[in-house]
Design a protein around this ligand. Structure first.
Ligand code: DLL
Length: 433
């Protein structure tokens, strides 16, 4: 199997570490000089970038979190003036304000090459026809994979999200060979093909590049068997880059973290202590080459494990296991990140709603569903159906526009959501991983 960038992807560990240290020092200097948040954090700890003389010194540096992004909304974490930023994306914040991420022209180039790495290791070449089913927009998924596939020279079909029957028609007529999207959407496509009487094995499809949400090995087997393709996993997050942080090689035994661009650590999410190699904990990532938004020790909240054993593919980069969950309460619904606190914020603003609610997440026919039970006070008349319906639809609209994902709202009587030791149980996730 081809390697996109053999010089870097197969770099001997010692050389790689030297490169990482040089890049880390340059990044720290730029962040300290240009980003007030970092200068303040470093000053508080009495550290200057020059104190970092080895990779082991990384652990002396402060963490960055979504909260830092929120406090510096929208552009406060940028290390370059806005005129050098050529692209802006965003991701859900823990409350109303999303996280804003920017890219310089060089960042876009780097990003495209990183995506090209995992697409190449999945076997995508310039002969492929790549259909992108992620939504184009502020989400990094579609543009990330789009630019990576173009970089390889493949023919890209920028379908965008939804419109399942049209996706299938295009897939048939344009002879799509590589499918890009969330793993759950791959199963939606399989279901619809079945209903339409289309045998996926009669299509040209041969490989799938899936990511943006957690999925299990069972789900991989189901996708592969039903669509007759090889299904590969890739991982990333907007705050650090978007897709292109890590991706599987053909061995499919963990995702190689592109360590020449990102430093990976595993910490105990409770104490922040760095854990020894091989232990399960929260992944923390540091950008090594990003110009517009270099993040230092970003707490991804994703729980995983790093494997430093050499891989048979020849890449020297560490492999991360499939994520095992999160150390915060973020949910991923239809590939969209949702925080319960975002919902709370909307409910607080609506007269008649109490800030007591419960989210019931399920997966029906391979599609995620979100139902929100909302306690209302006596000002809402349960006996006036028409008024109640219009109230519900107003709440649903407000929530959908904030969350970027549709939901069903059900009003319930005051104090009817069970409290445990005074706390409500906010989330019931019925999906099996
Ligand atoms: O989901 C970037 C992405 C797009 C990656 C397309 C791969 C493909 P965000 O919207 O910021 O960015 O969400 C990031 O999604 O912290 C994980 O919790 C989750 N996530 C992303 N990829 C995977 C994966 C994009 N392969 C958050 N497996 C991350 C498990 C994933 N979780």
């Amino acid at each position: 199997m081809e390697i996109w960038d053999p010089t870097h992807e197969g770099m001997p560990r010692e050389e790689l570490e030297q490169l990482q240290l040089e890049r880390l020092q340059a990044t720290l200097n730029r962040a300290y000089k240009n980003v007030t948040c970092y200068r303040r954090k470093f000053d508080e700890l009495g550290i200057i970038p020059e104190d970092v003389q080895s990779l082991a010194d990384l652990r002396r540096l402060p963490f960055t979190s979504k909260e830092d992004m929120r406090l510096n909304y929208p552009y406060g974490m940028f290390a370059v003036p806005l005129r050098e930023v050529v692209r802006i994306h965003s991701s859900s914040g823990t409350t109303g304000k999303p996280t804003v991420v920017g890219y310089t022209r060089n960042d876009i180039k780097t990003w495209s090459n990183l995506v090209a790495r995992f697409m190449t290791s999945a076997g995508v070449t310039r002969d492929d026809v790549v259909q992108i089913t992620f939504g184009y927009g502020l989400f990094t998924g579609a543009f990330g994979l789009h630019y990576g596939a173009e970089q390889i020279g493949a023919s890209v079909i920028p379908m965008g999200g939804g419109n399942t029957e049209k996706q299938i028609m295009i897939m048939q007529d344009y002879r799509t060979t590589a499918l890009v999207g969330t793993p759950s959407y791959a199963l939606t496509l399989a279901d619809r093909m079945e209903k339409m009487g289309i045998n996926p094995r009669n299509l040209s499809l041969r490989v799938g590049l899936f990511g943006g949400e957690p999925w299990s090995e069972e789900m991989r087997r189901e996708i592969e068997q039903r669509l007759g393709i090889i299904a590969t996993d890739n991982y990333g997050l907007s705050e650090v880059m978007g897709p292109g942080v890590a991706g599987e090689c053909h061995g499919r035994c963990g995702m190689h973290v592109f360590e020449d661009h990102f430093l990976a650590e595993i910490i105990n999410p409770e104490t922040g202590e760095v854990l020894p190699p091989g232990e399960v904990g929260e992944l923390v990532l540091t950008n090594l080459t990003r110009e517009a938004l270099p993040v230092i020790r970003y707490r991804t909240r994703d729980i995983t494990r790093l494997n430093y054993e050499p891989c048979s593919c020849g890449r020297t980069f560490v492999r991360m296991e499939k994520t095992r969950g999160r150390s915060d309460d973020m949910l991923i619904i239809k590939g969209v990140n949702v925080f319960p606190t975002q919902i709370e914020e909307v409910l607080f603003q609506i007269e008649g709603c109490e800030p007591h609610y419960q989210l019931v997440v399920d997966r029906i026919d391979n599609v995620d569903t979100l139902e929100i039970l909302v306690e209302v006070n006596e000002t809402i008349f349960f006996d006036e159906m028409k008024k109640q319906r219009s109230f519900v639809s107003q709440v649903e609209k407000r929530l959908a526009s904030m969350l970027n994902v549709g939901c069903r709202v059900k009003l319930v009587e005051p104090a009817s959501i069970p409290r445990h030791e005074g706390k409500a149980q906010r989330v019931i996730d019925k999906r099996k991983r």
